[in-house]
Design a protein around this ligand. Structure first.
Ligand SMILES: O=c1[nH]c(=O)c2[nH]c(=O)[nH]c2[nH]1
Length: 295
């Protein structure tokens, strides 16, 4: 006999833009985000018995995302996600979990003639700030993160001492290019209520700034023995810098840059210490992940 093992539904890819206009200074600030909201609860009969009486239409969920963005701050995204999720629990007794994902896109203020421009912005990269929150009646779990922060270092990275056997063709290296798209997350200890999220709300921007800063500084200054070791060092520091976090995670593709032997052309030297022109690879890539928890 089949049974419904899991079920959640809602609206994905809801794009939202909000502007704040400071009436005194005339300075405007903007936030653009993509929201996903999936509900769980006593909704089984909508799947098994065509009972739509338990369905809050995904169209209504979309409307709610806009209305809550109008009525409340959208920054920090952890707060907006929690407020939005809490609404569905407060409004609908049969909904037990609201899963909210907020992806914040970059709009960085332009500097024009040396001064910050009051209402013009540019996209300075595909990096995103991400929040995944699960709002339940017994608490709110929040995972914050950074995605698609593309970084490269042209030296200061080695990889040697790995297993060598009949499957190995990779030479050891003491100096290589290291490049990745950073996906980093920090999971907060469970917040018992929405009020607990709201109290000390500055913690969220502070943690994001720390994680970003630690990621970039460690990437830059670490004499990297491997992606594994460098990411572990990042995790340790974020655990220290964000006391309310309980788990730090990284997922890092190792985006390879291959040397090109050009010696066939007039004896051109372009390998080893003479390597200058490389071939960036789009795939395959290494993929290295870890999560580091407090003991
Ligand atoms: O930092 C690295 N870790 C690996 O596990 C690995 N494997 C590989 O081929 N190159 C690298 N680099």
């Amino acid at each position: 006999m089949p049974f419904l093992a899991t079920a959640r539904y809602g609206k994905d890819n809801v794009r939202v833009y909000k502007v704040h206009r400071d009436q005194e200074t005339g300075v405007q600030s903007v936030t653009e985000m993509t929201v996903c909201c999936l509900l769980e609860g006593a909704i089984e009969t909508s799947y098994t018995e065509a009972d739509n009486s338990v369905v809050v239409a995904t169209d209504s969920i979309k409307n709610t995302i806009y209305i809550k963005a109008k009525e409340n701050p959208v920054n920090p995204p952890e707060l907006y996600a929690s407020i939005l999720g809490q609404h569905f629990l407060d409004k609908y007794a049969h909904i037990s979990v609201a899963n909210i994902k907020v992806t914040v896109h970059r709009w960085t203020r332009m500097t024009v003639d040396g001064a910050p421009h009051p209402h013009s912005f540019y996209r300075d990269g595909e990096e995103k700030r991400i929040v995944e929150a699960a709002i339940r009646r017994d608490g709110i779990t929040i995972k914050s993160g950074i995605a698609d922060l593309t970084v490269l270092k042209s030296t200061g990275s080695a990889f040697h001492g790995f297993v060598r056997d009949e499957y190995t063709s990779l030479p050891e290296t003491w100096d290589r290019i290291l490049s990745t798209d950073v996906d980093c997350s920090w999971t907060w200890k469970v917040f018992p209520t929405l009020a607990a999220v709201q109290e000390g709300v500055e913690r969220f921007d502070k943690a994001w700034e720390s994680a970003r800063q630690i990621t970039m500084k460690t990437f830059a200054i670490d004499e990297s023995a491997s992606v594994q070791n460098t990411m572990y060092k990042m995790c340790e520091q974020i655990l220290d810098a964000v006391p309310e976090s309980q788990l730090i995670g990284y997922s890092l593709p190792n985006k390879h840059y291959f040397e090109i032997d050009l010696s066939w052309h007039k004896g051109l030297k372009n390998t080893g210490k003479d390597a200058e022109v490389y071939a960036p690879q789009s795939g395959p890539n290494g993929l290295i992940k870890c999560e580091v928890a407090r003991s």
